[in-house]
Design a protein around this ligand. Structure first.
Ligand SMILES: *Cc1c(COP(=O)(O)O)cnc(C)c1O
Length: 958
């Protein structure tokens, strides 16, 4: 007789679920009691409108435990074949320095941070991004750089849009060199069509015959040719048009930077600076322009400012350019970008330094020169006269034989029409690669020797007039951290400045900062996922294809849609892609005049910004006192739009954190007028397993995989924003010019550079769904429980602005600080900054309602952590009471002075409150103090004195 239970009782069907959810059953029970509820069912019944309830389990395979899911995904990965990809086209082999791989890419201190909107607790990643900007400025030869766009192709489209904003030329025509990468041309074509620009794609020789507002050139071009751009740029300037140049970052170490040639915008991919190809991404795009165009710049810019003590402090600059403030007048719809990857590229430059980078570039170029010389000696014709790392060869009738022998060597070449083949060498290429290529192109008896050619004088690949002479990366940060010990400590110092999910909860409403489980993250750096070129033949990517197909199937089951488009690499890109599908659908029915897009006043800024990019006319629908879409106003505006109504963009649950009862009716009103419903899916975390967008009435919706489906926020990216569509829209979603996708019309253009967007982070969402299965609904219920618990516990101190049925909120709630501000002068910002002293990241500030804080705890936070947050918020409320009572002066109190730093406490302390009150207001902070590294940052000063590059060391010392 044994007193151990039998095996059947020792299985753990919810092995991962228990890890993903914060509160255990006892904590859940305690929270339900606080809410006066018997069980979770009762909470859901009270909260979710019955009309939208999905009353059956999600049709997903049963949950696997962590090992089981990893084993299944491993089997997929092993079906990918890692060949040597010399395809080029903007994607190259690279070596991620191990110290960066482990301490940044694989480190939650970096990957779980949020966008640095709260700069006092984000100085580490802000410095890393400033390095990236400095690197961009140095290598492009321009004055001002942004902190990453989504990819090279969308950066090209942003350059075109910037050109239209600032060029004095009146023309509506944009020119693109036909020798740009095909995916770049496709994305630019899509964007031009949507904006209503005319686009000419032609040989650059024909540029002078057009009157344009700007032109896209590529340096080196897609075939590797390097041409002197000066005459073309001069010609463009003569027409008051802008020159936008796509450039290769590694090539810029040896080539005269386009900025010095007169280019107005220079951009490209930073992938080959240490970021794996990952079957298309994520990678950061760099983007630089002239200082005079700073207000026209798309995306985030990091700038230098000062804090309340006058010390140097970094923060995001000129935010008034962008969607969250300017909405449909914004420069771009960019929200989530590619921060983690920009950081990695910047660190790659920090670690190698200028000499190290130059050596890498020279080595790649030297190998290419040796290869080229050998081929030339054997009379192989080359298309491009000059080159950095890319050769395009005329092989005529031998094409098939060469491709076959490349296959035998597991090498991917670029296959071009008319008997041409291309190849690009990279950091991972060696002398052996060159010898292999000779054998492939010339036969095994080529008789050439790398050593012999290397010893001789070679015809230069780079024209003498375009050899780089200017210095770069002279700033100390690029000349200090070259030993691994130094680098390790630099990374750790920056990491320590920042508050990420590995320190405390980040209750940012609308952002869903949930657990990013380690098991979800592990597969992304497996070589079978990381080292695949996006344009590798499909036979080599069968594992990716199987994984993506499965993920699509699961997302269809979760959302109810008929088809998924995996291309958009952020939520905002998804909006844009979805609106384009709607536009094309209307056009296909002869209703191109449907251009009005209704958007509730409470919408996220990306909604109107995306609508504007699709040339839609934005009409705002008001919200009623309860925060819901004002149905009467909606009906009136839909009727008024009538046959011109294109669509409605609605977020569900609403950005006000409630399940609007009227959502079905809202959809019906739109459909009755022949319009389409775009559902902003950022709040899908409150629907999964309980309701489905397509069942509710949505025609298309994006899913922020970096919110609901566990891709970490990376300090402001990467993300993925695939869209789900109903069958009638499926033919109209994005396709791709290089790898044709099954389903959408082949003539549809691309919205992103890569066919499946940032494919290498899809394993994260795959793992999450595989490990949760139908129990995903539990996560949703817990997200609702946690939010309602917070709303209940905090509601007395800070009124909850909007509630739905039975006074319940959805998965987040808005705390109204306006009454307190009116009474005491303490603002939502003061509370946000004060939370830092308590060791917390602030909730979302002033979105969607100015003067409020929006709190989203997610399902992954335990009751213990929620209680700690409640303790902080109530502690702060008590502090506000003291200001209110006149105990502390209105301007000299822990709130107005927040956050507090070491600099505050080591000096003379002459404040009406104690040091302890200032920096260790709770038991937790006494035991685990997190120190903000700067005092409150002065945004106005930074924007007035815009400075967006690394500060020389001398200035730090001052
Ligand atoms: C996050 C968010 C978006 C934008 O998504 P990104 O991935 O950042 O581009 C759009 N709408 C809402 C409501 C959001 O919360």
């Amino acid at each position: 007789m044994s007193h151990f239970p039998p095996l059947s009782q020792l299985q753990q069907p919810d092995a991962f679920l228990r890890r993903h959810l914060g509160p255990d059953p006892a904590e859940q029970q305690a929270m339900l009691e606080t809410l006066g509820l018997a069980d979770r069912d009762e909470l859901v019944v009270q909260t979710v409108p019955p009309a939208i309830r999905l009353n059956r389990p999600l049709d997903l395979p049963p949950a696997l435990d962590e090992e089981g899911a990893l084993a299944k995904l491993r089997a997929h990965a092993q079906r990918n074949e890692v060949w040597t990809s010399l395809i080029g086209m903007g994607y190259h082999g690279t070596l991620t320095p191990a110290v960066i791989l482990r301490n940044v890419l694989e480190n939650p201190g970096w990957y779980t941070a949020y966008t640095p909107y709260q700069p006092e607790i984000a100085q580490g990643r802000l410095e890393a991004l400033l390095n990236f900007q400095q690197m961009t400025i140095d290598l492009t030869g321009l004055e001002l750089a942004s902190a990453s766009l989504l990819d090279e192709a969308t950066a090209a489209a942003e350059a075109m849009a910037l050109a239209r904003r600032v060029a004095k030329a009146r023309s509506n025509l944009f020119f693109a060199d036909q020798n740009c990468h095909p995916q770049t041309l496709s994305v630019v074509r899509t964007r031009a069509e949507a904006f209503g620009f005319e686009l000419v794609v032609d040989a650059v020789e024909n540029l002078p015959s057009h009157q344009v507002f700007g032109a896209l050139l590529q340096y080196p071009d897609t075939h590797g040719e390097i041409r002197d751009l000066r005459p073309l740029i001069d010609h463009l300037h003569g027409q008051q048009a802008l020159a936008c140049v796509a450039a290769d970052l590694l090539g810029l170490l040896l080539l005269t930077p386009p900025g010095e040639l007169g280019a107005d915008v220079v951009f490209g991919s930073a992938q080959r600076f240490g970021v794996p190809m990952g079957y298309g991404g994520p990678h950061a795009a760099f983007f630089a322009t002239r200082d005079e165009f700073k207000r026209a710049m798309p995306g985030r810019i990091i700038g230098v400012s000062k804090d309340a003590r006058g010390n140097l402090a970094l923060r995001m600059a000129l935010q008034t350019r962008e969607q969250h403030i300017r909405r449909e007048k914004a420069n771009s719809n960019i929200c989530t970008a590619q921060v983690l990857l920009a950081n990695i590229a910047g660190f790659y430059a920090v670690y190698h330094g200028p000499q190290g980078l130059k050596r890498i570039a020279q080595r790649v170029h030297r190998l290419t020169a040796i290869l080229a010389e050998g081929l030339a000696r054997k009379d192989m014709q080359r298309v491009n006269q000059h080159y950095f790392d890319t050769l395009t060869l005329e092989v005529g009738g031998s094409q098939t034989a060469i491709i076959e022998s490349a296959k035998a060597a597991r090498i991917n070449l670029r296959i071009l029409g008319r008997g041409r083949l291309g190849l690009s060498l990279d950091e991972t290429s060696s002398a052996a690669t060159v010898e292999q290529l000779w054998s492939i192109f010339l036969g095994a008896d080529h008789g050439l020797s790398v050593d012999e050619l290397d010893a001789g004088v070679l015809v230069p690949g780079i024209p003498a007039t375009l050899a780089r002479e200017s210095a770069y990366l002279e700033h100390p940060v690029f000349n200090t951290h070259h030993s691994e010990t130094e680098m390790l400590r630099y990374l750790k110092q920056l990491e320590n400045k920042d508050l990420a999910l590995n320190q405390s909860m980040i209750p940012l409403g609308s952002c869903t900062m949930k657990l990013n489980a380690t098991s979800e993250m592990i597969p992304i750096t497996w070589p079978e996922f990381a080292a695949i070129h996006p344009f590798a033949p499909l036979e080599q990517a069968q594992g990716y294809q199987a994984m993506i197909a499965e993920l699509e199937e699961w997302l269809r089951a979760i959302t109810g849609f008929d088809a998924i488009c995996m291309q958009p690499n952020s939520g905002a890109q998804g909006e844009y892609a979805g609106l384009l599908a709607i536009r094309k659908y209307h056009e296909s029915r002869g209703e191109a005049h449907r251009t009005i897009c209704l958007i509730p006043a409470s919408a996220h800024g990306t909604n109107p910004a995306s609508a504007q990019m699709a040339s839609m006319r934005v009409v705002i629908v008001e919200c009623d006192k309860a925060g819901n879409v004002d149905l009467d106003d909606l009906k009136a505006k839909a009727a008024e739009a009538g046959a011109q109504l294109s669509c409605l963009m609605a977020t569900y649950p609403s950005t006000h954190g409630v399940y609007e009862e009227g959502i079905r009716e809202i959809c019906e009103v739109i459909h009755a007028q022949g319009g389409q419903v775009y559902m902003d899916g950022a709040n899908l975390n409150a629907q999964v397993g309980l309701a489905r967008p397509a069942d509710i009435g949505a025609d298309v919706s994006h899913m922020n995989l970096h919110k609901t489906f566990c891709i970490p926020h990376g300090g402001g990216g990467p993300g993925m924003g695939p869209i789900g569509v109903r069958a009638h829209l499926a033919p109209f979603v994005a396709n791709h010019p290089v790898i044709e996708l099954k389903g959408p019309n082949p003539e549809n253009g691309a919205v992103s550079a890569a066919p499946w967007g940032s494919a290498s982070i899809l394993p994260i969402s795959w793992m999450y769904i595989a490990m949760m299965g139908p129990q995903l609904a539990d996560a949703t219920e817990l997200a609702i429980l946690n939010a309602n618990y917070l709303a209940k516990r905090l509601g007395e101190a800070y009124p909850v602005l909007y509630t739905g049925r039975n006074e319940r909120v959805a998965h987040e709630c808005i705390l109204d600080l306006r009454p307190l501000k009116a009474e005491t002068g303490i603002s939502e910002e003061d509370v946000a900054k004060r939370l830092m002293d308590y060791g917390f990241h602030a909730p979302t500030m002033s979105f969607p309602v100015p003067g409020t804080l929006m709190v989203e705890p997610t399902e992954s936070e335990s009751k213990h952590e929620l209680d700690r947050f409640i303790e902080a918020m109530l502690g702060i409320r008590a502090e506000i009471a003291k200001v209110q009572a006149g105990e502390w002066p209105a301007e000299d109190n822990p709130l107005k002075r927040a956050p507090h730093t070491l600099a505050d406490v080591v000096g003379i302390w002459e404040r009406p409150y104690s040091i302890e009150q200032a920096v260790t207001p709770t038991a937790h902070t006494r035991a685990h103090k997190y120190w903000p590294t700067v005092n409150r940052v002065d945004n106005v000063y930074g924007d007035r004195n815009l400075f967006c590059a690394c500060v020389p060391l001398e200035d730090y010392r001052e």
